[in-house]
Design a protein around this ligand. Structure first.
Ligand code: ATP
Length: 326
């Protein structure tokens, strides 16, 4: 378990983390979201000891990160792998050389290095690239190499700082699938810092939203995206909905198990509605998509009852100042 209590951190006189409290269970995939400058990366760097902090405690398992001396910190860092948006590879070096780096630092034998690199390249799905130069790889392949390098020391925690932000949607999906697989196969706790809602919705079970150095919302991803605390709305921006009198708007959240909900709703209740918005991230088992419908207000209560009966998450959306017939 990672336990952060009352963590504060300043750069010169500016406090960028203002009393962070956070608990992350072992083996979970935990998302940290927030606007640029909110303090997400600083928090991540405090967790793995790259950055010192002023007050509070960070415990990773039974290790009290703030109390480690130089040598203990070196050993501790073996236990936390990290990947970045820009991959941080040596571009002229080969895939083999890039992945071998941490093991060479720890003076592993060549035989052990060869074996580990072979295993890791199988795991990340690019065994044939072992002798390619890093600069010859696509973005997604580079991130696979970075993931392999981050796993060389068999860490229990993998920190991902905007790891998919530089990738196209297809590569993003492939890297997220890989992270999910690594989490399931190796039981590694993964902390994902991102500003992309689709990343949170696709792989994180729990989410914390950081605003200006404090955690303003925290909970399961389902709960955060259905209850939409103010911090999420600030991050997403409000949906613009135009309703005329006698119209209502309902947002319906669904996953792969109930992706036919709209057609069933229309057929079983014998009603018409318009689709006026939505966010379809993917149809993975775990991801939650949403669709916004506009209906005649006389159908609204029946629709809500139907969704409750079917155990489907929903919420009613109100325009700021449209004339809604309450
Ligand atoms: N080394 C540093 N020295 C001084 N100020 C810093 C340093 N690193 C970060 N900051 C400041 O701390 C604040 C938080 O930065 P941080 O990088 O943690 O935010 P972030 O939420 O990760 O943003 P982004 O998504 O843009 O990376 C910012 O105001 C930033 O300018």
């Amino acid at each position: 378990m990672i336990e952060i209590k009352a963590l504060t951190k300043s750069y010169e006189n500016i406090e960028v983390l203002k009393g962070i409290n956070l608990t992350i269970e072992n083996g979970s995939i935990f998302g940290i979201a927030g606007r640029s400058g909110a303090g997400k990366s600083t928090l991540l760097r405090c967790i793995n000891g790259i950055e010192t902090f002023d007050l509070g405690t960070i415990k990773v398992g039974d290790i009290d990160v703030g109390s480690l001396n130089h040598e203990e910190m070196r050993v501790f860092r073996k236990n936390t792998g990290m990947i970045f948006q820009n991959f941080s590879l040596l571009s002229r070096a080969s895939v083999y050389e890039n992945i071998a780096l941490p093991m060479k630092c720890w003076k592993y034998e060549k035989k052990a290095i060869d074996k580990k690199i072979k295993e890791l390249l199988e795991l990340v799905g690019i065994p044939e690239k072992i002798h390619s130069k890093a600069r010859e790889l696509s973005g997604g392949q580079k991130q696979r190499v970075a993931i392999a390098r981050a796993l060389t020391m068999d860490p229990q925690v993998l920190l991902c700082d905007e790891a998919t932000s530089a990738l196209d949607p297809k590569s993003t999906k492939a890297i997220l699938d890989l992270l999910r697989e690594i989490n399931a196969q190796l039981g590694i706790t993964i902390i994902v810092v991102t500003h992309e809602m689709s990343v949170l919705r696709s792989i994180c079970k729990h989410v914390a939203i950081v605003e200006n150095g404090t955690i303003e919302a925290m909970g399961t991803t389902d709960k955060i995206f259905t209850q939409r605390p103010q911090a999420l709305i600030n991050l997403l921006g409000n949906k613009e909905i135009v309703l005329s009198k006698n119209e209502r708007s309902i947002e319906i959240f669904y996953s792969r198990g109930n992706d036919q909900i709209l057609t069933k709703l229309a057929r079983e209740l014998e009603i018409d509605f318009s689709i006026i918005g939505g966010e379809i991230e993917s149809l993975d088992e775990n991801s939650i998509n949403s669709v916004v419908i506009k209906v005649d207000s006389k159908y609204a209560e029946n629709i809500k009852k139907y969704l409750i009966h079917k155990d489907i998450m929903w919420r009613e959306l109100f325009p700021q100042d449209a004339e809604v017939d309450q």
